[in-house]
Write a protein that binds this ligand. Structure first.
Ligand code: 6PG
Length: 232
């Protein structure tokens, strides 16, 4: 799954750089994307025009960048430390402000400096889903799901670390392409709900990532994609 996703990501990045001169990608945390990041940093490293790639984050745990739970640290160790992406092109979510809300607003300014349009249009967003249907740090029932104007908000997670920063649904849904990577049997129910359910994004936030003009691609392993009945 990671191999196929890496091949497609390389095509998307190259096509975008060829037409637009630059490509913005969004990384997320969790463990499923580790293999993809490692592949992009090794086998596919030379096939990516890193000088033209800008890296952003879809969500961050509100911990220092050296904390083992940091999404930035995971991306640095698996990917960014091994590729010639200019440091000025790497835009981690800040976690040094005393208030996570201030940090969210600061990151929105970073994004607004990069994207001059009314909304950001990321070229490639890499996301995952949790067993509960969450994506980025948009958890079921979260107030952050109701956000309509801000691009980035501070959010609460039901699991540690509880304080997070996350892109909002309106910021994510303007993307040109979103790849969801989903692995393992515990994800099967959530995946089925998101793909075949009634689009209940309050209960299954990943269902809210529906793009206006872009495309969402689901990369799932056999276990996650297993035929299962949707539990009620
Ligand atoms: C995080 C994430 C989160 C993650 C999902 C899926 O910071 O925890 O960004 O949204 O992507 O929990 O993670 P896995 O695919 O590794 O289970």
């Amino acid at each position: 799954m990671s191999q196929r996703t890496a091949e497609a990501a390389v095509r998307t990045i190259n096509d975008t750089v060829q037409t637009a001169g630059t490509c913005s990608i969004v990384l997320s945390g969790g463990s499923t994307r580790r293999t993809l990041y490692s592949l992009l940093a090794s086998q596919f490293r030379a096939q990516i025009p890193w000088a033209h790639v800008h890296v952003f984050w879809g969500d961050e745990r509100y911990v220092p960048p050296e904390d083992s739970r940091s999404n930035f640290r995971m991306a640095r160790e698996t990917l960014l430390d091994h590729v010639p992406c200019p440091p000025a092109n790497i835009h981690p979510m800040p976690t040094h402000f005393p208030s996570a809300d201030v940090a969210a607003r600061d990151y929105e300014l970073t994004l607004r400096n990069h994207f001059v349009e009314e909304w950001p249009r990321f070229d490639l967003v890499l996301l995952g889903i949790g067993d509960d249907g969450h994506t980025a740090s948009l958890f079921p029932g979260s107030l952050a799901l109701a956000e309509r104007t801000r691009w980035v908000v501070a959010a609460q997670a039901p699991v540690e670390p509880h304080v997070r920063l996350t892109l909002t649904l309106p910021a994510l849904t303007r993307a040109a392409a979103v790849y969801f990577l989903v692995a393992g049997a515990p994800k099967a129910d959530a995946l089925r709900h998101v793909l075949e359910g009634r689009g209940d994004w309050i209960k299954y936030p990943a269902a809210g990532v529906r793009l206006g003009t872009g495309s969402v691609i689901w990369w799932a392993d056999r276990e996650a994609a297993a035929m299962r009945n949707v539990s009620q």
